[in-house]
Design a protein around this ligand. Structure first.
Ligand code: BTN
Length: 247
């Protein structure tokens, strides 16, 4: 992962760029990374816009071919990638990096990164997984009107971090987790994912269908459902069905 690196000065979105290469059946080596200094139409989850100051942050997409993964188990790829990012960031920041379900990267109660995976299926197998990753690295000013609460590695460490070194660290940690996935170590991945999960087993408030519910996250299933224990009852939620209150 990351052996082939295509560096762009400016692009709409590295995910879009990679998607065009894949749909034109360009010969691409698995593990190829497209990174950009500047994205003018960076995309986040749920049709959000991804903002990042040019030149200061990591915005890249990774080309994977998880054809070994049965459809329906795509979420395990999210898990592998999120764990890889968390582990890589932990080699810079020792404590406090968490994965916020489904695949945000948090430090304390602040967002420092996110993942947008777009799966290209052909029939019942994967043609490609386009893994878009945005990490706030050396940006130290965030527009409060754009993001609820954001932070960066620089804000945490009080020093600049070399983008290419960080990219290499993230790629090597993702590769490690991806090999686990390939080997079918699903339980291990699920365990590692929840062990780094934001608000895991902590009482917290969530909004569901306009209603506030109180409970504790006690599991995330293989298919990515969030299991919240509320009033002694375990309920499972899909991405759009539940949101964290206040964060
Ligand atoms: C999120 O937290 O909502 C996901 C953010 C993902 C952003 C990255 S930046 C590189 C890649 N290209 C995009 O347009 N989006 C992803």
């Amino acid at each position: 992962v990351g052996q082939n690196l295509i560096k762009l000065l400016e692009v709409d979105s590295t995910n879009n760029f990679l998607k065009v290469l894949v749909s034109n059946s360009e010969p691409l080596t698995e593990g190829t990374v497209i990174m950009a200094d500047k994205q003018f139409a960076g995309r986040g989850q749920q049709d959000n816009v991804w903002h990042a100051e040019p030149g200061l942050n990591l915005t890249f997409s990774l080309f994977l071919k998880p054809s070994f993964l049965p459809v329906g188990k795509q979420f395990l790829l999210n898990m592998a990638v999120s764990i890889g990012i968390r582990n890589a960031l932990q080699s810079f920041v020792k404590e406090g990096i968490r994965i916020k379900w489904p695949n945000d990267i948090y430090f304390g109660d602040q967002k420092m990164g996110g993942v947008l995976i777009e799966n290209i299926l052909s029939g019942s197998t994967y043609k490609a997984g386009i893994v878009g990753i945005g990490i706030n690295v050396n940006q130290d000013r965030f527009d409060p009107s754009k993001l609820k609460s954001a932070t960066s590695l620089k804000e945490i460490l009080q020093q600049d971090v070399n983008l290419i070194e960080l990219l290499a660290e993230i790629c090597s940690h993702i590769e490690k987790q991806y090999l686990q996935l390939k080997a079918g170590s699903y339980q291990q991945l699920m365990d590692d994912y929840v062990s780094g999960l934001y608000k895991f087993n902590e009482p917290a408030a969530y909004r569901q269908n306009g209603e506030v519910i109180e409970g504790r996250i006690i599991e995330v299933t293989e298919s990515g459902l969030l299991g919240i224990l509320t009033n002694g009852e375990l309920k499972h939620y899909n991405f759009k069905e539940v949101e964290f209150l206040n964060y």
